[in-house]
Design a protein around this ligand. Structure first.
Ligand code: ATP
Ligand code: MG
Length: 401
């Protein structure tokens, strides 16, 4: 047993001492068996949330109706879910009712794929009624029970299947693959935010090319929000070595291939966080600028080191060129700029108003921008006195004109 399971052992033992069962389940067991890093551990227990509250003094209700609570123990937080079955799925998403059950196997049976339907006790012994280990060994993604039924119950599983392909490079089992094509349209019933979460994981996986291929072949792409629901966008992207691109770069690439001026509106349909969207649209502008004019000191400055490197490596990838070294070079070029942020400028708007004896207004921002450019292009040093002399000279010149 290794971390983070070790830290959770006292929680499992405490539940067991109180007369209930508790096991590690789901993705953490899968990733443990695959030798991957484990980011979050899921614990399933026969104890109900109320029973858990009686055992642990500090808990947080995060999803009581679904049987999930957070237990705070030894300074750590653990998500515990009561064994449950789900029934009467409504609208292909939320189950009408969730019933707590006392059997682990019942709980494992409601899980999506066999590789996600294993449990492990505190000694590392596996409970694997649906042959999850075999699926891992054969590198296959297969639904627990009938694929048709499982996708009809909850259509998010369609996207989950494809994002696991992207993350793990596994094959889809034949029935599972067939059912994805048949039920692709059900994805429309799923909240965009949940589809977007899966999409972001899909775009981050090392096997995204395989995943794109499945999106296209199954027709699932047609039910995704804008950008990635276009055959041409996906096919254009697949012509490049996209596995080396990260998630943000792929959004920018999709925007680039979508070839319309309404990128922002189309991106909005994914309901991504506003800050992320802004950064993506900005990166697209920079990419276009990079293509036509290369990097000017001002573009580099306003992009920032990280975004500039992201755009540069995307640009090089599109050119089928080696990307890592140029991206590093761009970062180095950024480091050599006379200033790297507006805060570093030796003068402020107040200085300008004071020097010119003028009230503030839009002119202050405009002049500051001119000064930044002059500093970046090394027309003037970032020194208050020098900038003042430069400023006076410019004023004189404009007064004489
Ligand atoms: P990740 O590595 O991204 O966390 P995961 O498999 O752990 O992947 P989670 O969303 O954390 O995914 O879910 C934990 C477990 O809950 C899954 O392994 C699976 O057993 C079950 N599960 C999650 N979503 C579904 C679903 N839509 N239908 C059925 N079971 C699900
Ligand atoms: Mg998980």
């Amino acid at each position: 047993m290794k971390e983070p399971f070790l830290s959770a052992l006292p929680v499992l033992e405490k539940i067991q001492k109180s007369g209930y069962e508790a096991y590690f389940v789901g993705g953490s067991v899968r990733d443990f068996l695959l030798g991957k890093d484990i980011h979050d551990i899921d614990i399933a227990t026969s104890a109900t949330p109320e029973e858990l509250k009686a055992i642990f003094p500090h808990t947080v209700d995060v999803g009581i109706a679904h049987g999930t609570i957070l237990v705070l123990w030894n300074g750590l937080a653990f998500e515990l879910t009561t064994y449950r079955t789900e029934s009467d799925y409504k609208d292909y998403r939320h189950p009408e009712s969730v019933s707590f059950v006392r059997s682990l196997e019942e709980d494992l049976k409601r899980r999506d794929f066999t590789m996600n339907a294993m449990a492990m006790d505190q000694y590392g012994t596996l409970i694997d009624p649906f042959e999850g280990q075999k699926a891992l060994k054969n590198r296959v993604i297969q639904t627990v029970g009938s694929a048709d039924e499982r996708f009809q119950e909850d259509a998010l599983r369609l996207m989950r299947a494809v994002r696991f392909v992207s993350q793990l490079g596994f094959q889809l089992d034949r029935q599972t693959e067939k059912a994805i094509s048949v039920h692709a349209g059900l994805l429309q019933h799923i909240a965009v935010e949940r589809v977007a979460d899966e999409m972001m994981k899909l775009l981050s996986g090392p096997f995204k090319k395989d995943a794109f291929h499945i999106l296209l072949q199954s027709g699932l792409y047609r039910f995704l929000p804008s950008l990635f629901n276009e055959e041409e966008v996906l096919e254009s992207a697949m012509a490049y070595p996209i596995s080396s691109l990260n998630e943000n770069q792929l959004w920018v690439l999709a925007l680039y291939f979508s070839n319309t001026s309404e990128g922002w509106r189309r991106l909005k349909r994914w309901k991504l966080p506003a800050k992320k969207m802004k950064r993506l649209v900005r990166a697209l502008d920079l990419l276009k600028h990079r293509m036509s004019c290369g990097w000017t000191p001002y573009e580099l400055f306003s992009a920032g080191a990280e975004t500039a490197a992201l755009v540069e490596s995307l640009y090089r990838t599109i050119q089928h060129e080696e990307a890592e070294a140029p991206a590093k070079q761009v970062k180095e070029d950024f480091e050599k700029l006379p200033i790297q942020s507006r805060k570093e400028l030796a003068v402020t708007g107040h200085d300008l108003m004071h020097w010119s004896n003028q009230e503030g207004g839009p002119w202050v921002k405009e002049v500051l921008e001119k000064i930044i450019k002059a500093v970046l292009y090394r027309e003037v040093r970032n020194d208050k006195d020098e900038i003042r002399r430069w400023f006076e000279k410019c004023r004189l010149r404009s007064e004489n004109n």
